[in-house]
Design a protein around this ligand. Structure first.
Ligand code: VGL
Ligand code: ZN
Length: 202
């Protein structure tokens, strides 16, 4: 067991990001077994859940004429318009049924404000509105994170970059993540994470 200063953060391992889901990540369900195994090693385990209202501004369907995966400009900068996904209370928003949720002490939901997306587990896409996770980890004395889950190049990467910015030690176990890889987004995310001092391990 690792010391209680280390936390495992499992990002968005939800049905909609797995094969058959509304925003399926190729091989997304392939991370369930390795993540369940990793949990046994960590005293601090947090799950995140993408949790959008049906009228969420990140959904292409809520923008007349916009195609899924096109990019628009929001008040806080560029925003990819996604197929509707992880709608609050829907089956798609539920955790993958194979994920061991019992070992987690905390579930943090994000993206619940209609006007702003939240890739990161720490801050919404304005990089300013906090989710509360920083305070939770701080008050539990956590200094180092291991990040796994979906998707490598969006919610995992944004969470890793924010955590590094907050002064936490960050490791991403790439074999326990899968990417959307939209127009080179995976390569860009890996470069940014490395530049920020995030440890990428196999
Ligand atoms: C995610 C796109 C939209 C993710 C969430 O979990 O990486 N990606 N919402
Ligand atoms: Zn989302």
């Amino acid at each position: 067991m690792r010391p209680a200063t280390e936390a495992l953060i499992v990002i968005d391992l939800q049905n909609d990001f797995c094969p058959g889901g509304a925003l399926a990540v190729a091989g997304g369900d392939g991370v369930v077994a390795p993540i369940n195994a990793l949990m046994a090693d960590f005293a601090v385990v947090v799950l995140t859940q993408d949790w959008h209202p049906a009228d969420h501004a990140s959904f292409a369907a809520n923008h007349a004429g916009a195609a899924p995966f096109s990019v628009t400009t929001m008040a806080y900068g560029p925003q990819v318009l996604w197929p509707a996904h992880c709608v609050q209370g829907s089956a798609g928003a539920a955790f993958h049924p194979g994920l061991a949720t019992d070992p987690a002490q905390m579930v943090i939901r994000k993206g619940f404000r209609a006007a702003i997306d939240s890739y990161s587990a720490f801050f919404e896409n304005d990089h300013a509105t906090p989710t509360g996770l920083e305070g939770y980890l701080k008050t539990r004395g956590v200094t180092d994170l291991t990040l796994v889950g979906l998707a490598t190049d969006f919610c995992v990467a944004y969470s890793a970059l924010d955590a590094a910015r907050l002064g936490l030690g960050v490791t991403v176990i790439e074999s326990a993540t899968r990417a959307i890889d939209l127009d080179g987004s995976l390569a860009l995310a890996r470069d940014r994470m490395r530049a920020a001092g995030v440890r990428l391990v196999a």
